[in-house]
Design a protein around this ligand. Structure first.
Ligand code: ZN
Ligand code: ZN
Length: 166
């Protein structure tokens, strides 16, 4: 397999890995950290930010291993795909959906679809756990449409949520 194809396969495979990590680690033993992401943020950071720090070690390890001999140099491409997925996830989830940086991003149909799907995850704390391909069962989307939450489940700050509750 050529390097760029390896990187693409790693990138695509990361959606399954991130689905599993979100569903069974972050909503499992890691809920102590992840809960902070499902509550309105009080300050600039949340405990959940420790997860990307931990996950970044996967890419770092792949890059380090790739330098250990010509036989495993292709791991550089795998590390590249994994890191690229992390960067795209960061942009889509933190910048586009949760608007954590003061930058204006053009509204794109794909990203709006991802945003509305991720909103359902925040609404009920269940599916969809995926990020770049968040598949929502039709019945769940209908349930979300009918739900009238007291506050926007994607609200950025505790203050904003409080205001919405008034
Ligand atoms: Zn989120
Ligand atoms: Zn979650």
């Amino acid at each position: 397999m050529s390097g760029p194809v390896l990187a693409l396969v790693a990138f695509a495979g990361m959606e399954a890995v991130s689905y599993a990590a979100h569903r069974w680690v972050m909503h499992g033993v890691g809920m102590g950290w992840h809960r902070s992401h499902h509550r309105p943020r009080a300050g600039r950071f949340e405990k959940n930010d420790l997860f990307p720090l931990c996950f970044s070690t996967v890419g770092v390890t792949l890059f380090a291993l790739a330098t250990m001999g010509p036989a495993i140099t292709p791991l550089l491409w795998v590390g590249g795909g994994v890191t690229a997925y992390g960067a795209v996830y960061l942009f889509v989830h933190e910048v586009y959906i949760h608007e954590r940086l003061p930058v204006r991003v053009p509204r794109l149909a794909y990203l709006e679809w991802v945003r509305s799907s991720h909103r359902i995850h925040h609404l009920f704390g269940g599916e969809p756990y995926g990020m770049l391909l968040p598949l929502v069962p039709r019945a769940l989307r209908a349930r979300a449409k009918a739900a009238r939450p007291v506050a926007d489940p994607l609200a950025r700050r505790r203050m904003r949520t409080a205001r919405m509750r008034l």
